[in-house]
Design a protein around this ligand. Structure first.
Ligand code: WTA
Length: 690
């Protein structure tokens, strides 16, 4: 709790009040050309999805699916907060993504696979071909592995079509897939095998990443061993081959346990597997949420509600039409990839691009060459990727002949300067941008502009989606009013079809994590008493747009002022030489916490000390002296996860003289030592920058 009596501190600084100092940005309007072709042009959409029409408004999304048995109730609230959606209905996910499109789109591309080696031409999987492969794989899973509806299977697959083929084959049988991000270690895969109780692991021999053919089979062995040690036995390990018929890993196969998928599949050539009609509430998949301490949380997503929600949001927010070529650069191993590379686009019969490798391989123009070659017109990526592509190749997009109509950003707040580069250079001033805020737990987008209807505002995720009713609470459970300039805990008042069902095997943790804090009455069966707590800090501007400030635990409390790390980072990024910035809290005897700043610079010849001085000035200017960094460290690169997120935890440990822990899963582990040297030298030089 802050000391309110500090001299010169006029800000009320109790736990509920967070200082926010980002200035408001101008609006950008969607073009007429975009509006004219958009899927959602009804200005009354938010009224149609307003509280008076809740929950029936979501029939609109459910109608985008084909049900083998129609549902009889939209929302069942009998056991809060374990909501049930479209109860009584039955459907199959694989049927909805593939079979029902065959009559019209049999020979249209479902996926286009782009291998990392550029000399390998793109591979097209038509809906017909996908249908054949998914059926054969489903037959294998059923007859060779003995899997049936409700069983869990762990997948640890990289970005090749084998991954969605496996997911859809599971879904055809009602088997619950649990894909672990391919970049995760064998250990993390093993603990997820154990948690989900999988007895089958599906992995691959190798895949391309940054010019190297990486041995992945080795992780399968570690995963199985880890799971065994934790008490979960794995019967069979299925190994896809990056080059069918050829084994690309030096790690031996284990006789009687490991099987090549491509060999076994021969027995199932041409087999058809009837899609199993699944209860609307049957779990479709688990997605373990990353990054937190303790046991991983298996977010359990339902079949009917989830599919309805991703279909609806893909149509209205991503503006996907069957004629579009859509490229989401995320990994299918994250929720973004599940919802917006696989399920969403396929439910709408679109063409979805799967790219195997790093976006900057072999050079920073690669994404734009891919866009040009495939005629991509919808593009979807993260602010981290935007910043990296901008840093390394600010003028590259203009050199390729593509034109996006629509672009998405997701995963973190995007600072206005990066947004503007995305808009001007990547979108060539013609594409709309949606800044979509949501989480693994949520199934699909929660906040975003509806692209043809709402103006864009850089740095703001926009208003809530139709049918989503957010509220910001302070720590005392009081509502934080819009336009108040104060931030609080971002919550959603109502259930929606995409929300997870529970944490796999841990209902209590589900209730405690998301609902306990702001529940008004634990006995109540009225959804209005059960707001969902996202764990993100946010504020709402006068115009109703939400600005997401990052995780509540990303907040740095300096002398009782809460400063969003993102807020300081965006101040640093106003210095033109700064390409990337990361802010971490450092323990300080007087102020509680103070920010340390790490910056990586754009290519060029700069004096580190001068840039550091300008960064300090920028923080002073944008936020105030309260946000002045203790140190500004100019580093060669940021420590990053395989998915591109900056590992602030590692920087925080270095700043605080603590153990950096396990850094082996970083994409660039060696940079940690370089950073340590910068920090040590600067501190020894006795030239603190702050
Ligand atoms: C953050 C990714 C700001 C947020 C889909 C959230 C964002 C966490 C945005 C979830 C956005 C996601 N603006 N912050 N547009 N989108 N976040 O579970 O802190 O990997 O809680 O899901 O990312 O990350 P997750």
């Amino acid at each position: 709790m802050a000391d309110k009596t500090q001299a010169g501190d006029r800000t009320e600084a109790n736990e509920a009040q967070i200082a926010v100092h980002w200035k408001e940005e101008q609006y950008f309007q969607p073009s007429k050309a975009f509006i004219d072709q958009a899927n959602m042009r009804d200005p009354n959409i938010r009224t149609r999805f307003g509280e008076d029409n809740f929950p029936d408004c979501f029939k609109d999304y459910a109608d985008m699916l084909t049900w083998s048995t129609p549902y009889d109730k939209v929302l069942d609230t009998n056991n809060p907060p374990f909501w049930k959606w479209f109860t009584g209905g039955k459907l199959n996910a694989s049927y909805n993504c593939i079979d029902r499109h065959l009559a019209q789109y049999r020979n249209k591309a479902a996926f286009i696979f782009v291998a990392e080696p550029e000399e390998d031409p793109p591979v097209v999987l038509t809906y017909q071909e996908l249908y054949i492969r998914v059926n054969e794989m489903a037959a294998l899973l059923r007859d060779f592995c003995g899997l049936k509806a409700g069983d869990r299977v762990t997948l640890h697959l990289p970005m090749t079509p084998d991954l969605p083929i496996t997911m859809l084959a599971c879904a055809r049988l009602g088997v619950i897939h649990s894909q672990v991000f391919g970049g995760f270690s064998g250990h993390s895969c093993g603990s997820r095998i154990e948690d989900s109780g999988s007895r089958i692991l599906i992995s691959t021999d190798a895949y391309w990443r940054s010019g190297k053919l990486i041995d992945h089979k080795v992780n399968a062995d570690i995963a199985v061993q880890t799971a065994e040690e934790m008490g979960q036995h794995v019967d069979k390990v299925l190994i896809w081959q990056r080059y069918p018929g050829k084994y690309s890993s030096p790690t031996p196969m284990v006789k009687g346990r490991d099987f090549f998928v491509n060999d076994v599949l021969k027995q199932y050539a041409g087999k058809y597997v009837e899609p199993v009609p699944m209860d609307s509430e049957a779990p479709l998949f688990l997605m373990y949420s990353s990054g937190t301490t303790g046991k991983p949380k298996g977010c359990q997503h339902r079949t009917g509600g989830y599919l309805a929600y991703v279909a609806g949001t893909s149509r209205y927010i991503e503006d996907i039409h069957p004629t579009d070529t859509y490229w989401c650069m995320a990994d299918i191993g994250w929720i973004t990839g599940h919802s917006y590379i696989v399920y969403g686009p396929l439910l709408l019969a679109a063409t979805s691009v799967i790219y195997e490798g790093t976006p900057t391989y072999p050079d920073v123009r690669r994404p734009w060459r891919i866009a040009e070659r495939l005629g991509v017109n919808i593009f979807h990526t993260s602010p981290t990727a935007v910043r990296a592509l901008r840093r390394l190749g600010p003028d590259e997009p203009s050199k390729c002949n593509y034109q996006f109509k629509h672009m998405t950003t997701v995963g973190e707040p995007i600072e206005p300067s990066a947004w503007r580069w995305y808009y001007d250079e990547v979108g060539k001033g013609q594409a709309v941008i949606v800044d979509t805020w949501w989480q693994t737990e949520n199934g699909g987008f929660l906040c975003s502009t509806v692209p043809a209807l709402d103006a864009m505002k850089p740095g703001s995720a926009g208003p809530a989606l139709p049918g989503i009713y957010p509220i910001i609470y302070d720590d005392d459970g009081e509502e934080v009013a819009k336009g108040s300039g104060r931030a609080g805990n971002m919550c959603i008042r109502n259930p929606w079809p995409g929300i997870m069902q529970t944490i796999w095997g841990n209902d209590q943790r589900f209730v405690d994590t998301y609902y306990k804090r702001y529940c008004k009455n634990p006995q109540s069966k009225d959804w209005r008493d059960w707001p969902y707590m996202s764990g993100d800090g946010a504020m709402q501007a006068e115009d109703g747009y939400f600005r997401i400030l990052g995780r509540i635990d990303d907040v740095i409390n300096v002398s009782g002022h809460r400063l969003g790390t993102k807020e300081i980072e965006s101040a640093c990024l106003t210095v033109p030489e700064v390409a990337e910035a990361a802010v971490v809290p450092v323990v300080d005897e007087i102020k509680g916490r103070v920010p340390d700043v790490y910056v990586a610079l754009s290519p060029g010849d700069y004096k580190a000390e001068e840039v550091a001085a300008r960064v300090i000035q920028a923080c002073d200017d944008a936020i105030g002296k309260i946000a002045r960094p203790r140190h500004v460290y100019v580093v060669p690169d940021m420590p990053k996860t395989r998915s591109g997120k900056i590992m602030r935890r590692v920087l925080g440990a270095i700043s605080n003289g603590a153990d950096v822990g396990d850094v082996t899963t970083l994409a660039n582990a060696s940079v940690v030592e370089d950073i340590r040297v910068v920090v040590r030298d600067q501190n020894a030089g006795g030239k603190p920058q702050g």
